[in-house]
Design a protein around this ligand. Sequence first.
Ligand code: HEC
Length: 304
Amino acid sequence: MSEDAKKIVAVVGAAVVALGLAVVVGAWLMQGHTVHKMTYREATKQAYPDPTVFATVVGKSTPGLDLDKMFKATPAVLAHGKQLFAACTACHGANGKGDGPAAVALKPPPRNFTSPKGWTRGYNLADIFVTITEGVKGTGMGAFGTLSPEDRFALAHYIESLGKFDHHDHAAAEIASLDARYHLSEGVHAPNKVAVPTVMKHEEAEYAAPRPVEMPPASDTSVGATLCRRLVADPVRAAEVLSELPDWRDDLDVFARAAMADTPRNGFRAAVATLNGAQWKAFHDELVAVTPRPGHDEAGAGRH
Ligand code: HEC
């Protein structure tokens, strides 16, 4: 190796060591700051928006909307949007970065409004309006169509203002497509307007706390039952952790990873790390049998 090459190797090596140190020290420093991983329920409770943000109102007939006007972001509209956004921060975070306290519990995670990356429906004003109105099926993003169109436009403008990138708006085309979809300019009998905290309560109910793992009785001396009694430290917490992983019943790896991560705060004892393959399988089969499925009351009874 030439002298130059050696120098390069030395410099690169030092850089790699420094980076490694930084990562280790960083992780160590961060440890003190990791917050207890919250469930959706805890997080929404903690971040619950002020219930006075908007009241529930019985719908009345409204004249057609002036959509050209709705497409303009005035300071008043943005201020109103910002106020309404309090109902979204539990998931999307105070600055819209997708890092609210409930975000950890959500797969897919909430959208980061400050970046143009990864939007499902799209980030122009009309797309955002449609998302707010209809939600995104199969994700934590619910529909807020009970808000008045004005409120939805205010939210959409505020969300655009959080992302300092080009949202590729073409007002005329977007107005036409929104109007074709919702007939906003025609004038409608407004639906009843339900306060967002009420909407949130419905959403919260969907995430109702799972029922605890039902510990097998001492009389059940099968390998699985014995492992279950020995390794489940907290049946409530274990059920909560598993309920956040839709695949855990079908995928032993997913289950094993969840059981080993963060013991004992995840409800499992650290001794899970010592299980062999056959024991994992017995433990998994047993837990599948004794963990009630959400929405299926009888599932816990399906014991083998
Ligand atoms: C319960 C958590 C939760 C709450 C509350 C919530 N969102 Fe979302 N939101 C999500 C998730 C999760 C996604 C990502 C969906 C996806 O991946 O397509 C999302 C995505 C979005 C998107 C982007 C959709 C896209 O095209 O990618 C918009 C816009 C949005 N939310 C607006 C709002 C607004 C406005 C509110 C408040 C009125 C709100 N959200 C409240 C969870 C939430």
